[in-house]
Design a binder for this molecule. Structure first.
Ligand code: SAM
Length: 190
């Protein structure tokens, strides 16, 4: 079995574990069923805080239930709104890490997918809110309709970021079949 390089989602989790410290404030921009949210809530500890966004109320309700079961709900503010509207909720806080897991919920309505324009807006606002040495993680899927277009637009946007301000990586599993997701990682330098 894999120890290090399984897929983009697991690699993103490793980076979360490496970078998040107790007391940090982090953003989950695509909560879905809450897999990332739960891990983030554990990592920030009782003094930390998560803001979680999703446009699907059912997904948020499900996540809230999971958080309550683990006694983690009071660290997480779940917001039923799109990540393009982050700035309506968060202003002066220094964010340590932001995660986007794009596409659709495999167990939900496949027609509710992230879209390039709103994703880019969410990424832009997130980069502004990141603290020095804060990290942005974006997992991008290309196998569904619109996915490849979204990936191209994100990649172009990240490619053009000033290297004096941001360090940008692309993690791609180049020998896997069936369009494996790609993970982008950004560290804010100053
Ligand atoms: N990380 C999640 C998990 O652990 O279950 C899976 C996320 S799923 C791949 C993508 C999610 O993005 C869906 O739940 C969908 O409702 C949400 N979404 C779509 N457009 C959005 C937007 N503009 N703002 C926030 N969330 C959005």
């Amino acid at each position: 079995d894999y120890k290090y390089f399984k897929n983009a989602v697991e690699l993103a989790k490793k980076i979360m574990k490496e970078t998040i410290w107790p007391g940090d404030i982090v953003l989950d921009c695509t909560v879905g069923k809450g897999n990332d949210t739960l891990l983030l809530a554990e990592l920030v500890g009782p003094l930390g805080k998560i803001y979680g966004f999703d446009v699907q109320i059912d997904a948020l309700d499900h996540t809230k239930k999971r958080l309550k079961e683990k006694g983690l709900a009071n660290r997480v503010r779940l917001i039923h709104d799109g990540h393009e509207n982050i700035s309506n909720y968060i202003k002066d806080e220094k964010i340590k890490l932001v995660v986007f897991n794009l596409g659709y919920l495999p167990t939900g309505d496949h027609n509710i997918v992230t879209k390039p324009e709103t994703t880019i807006q969410g990424i832009k606002t997130s980069l502004e809110l990141l603290d020095q040495n804060g990290v942005l993680l974006v997992t991008s899927y290309t196998g569904h309709i619109g996915g490849l277009e979204e990936k191209k637009i994100i990649e172009k946007f990240l490619y053009e970021l000033n290297q004096k301000k941001y360090s940008v990586l692309k993690f791609q599993f180049i020998n896997q079949i069936n369009n494996p997701p790609i993970l982008y990682g950004v560290e804010k330098l100053n």
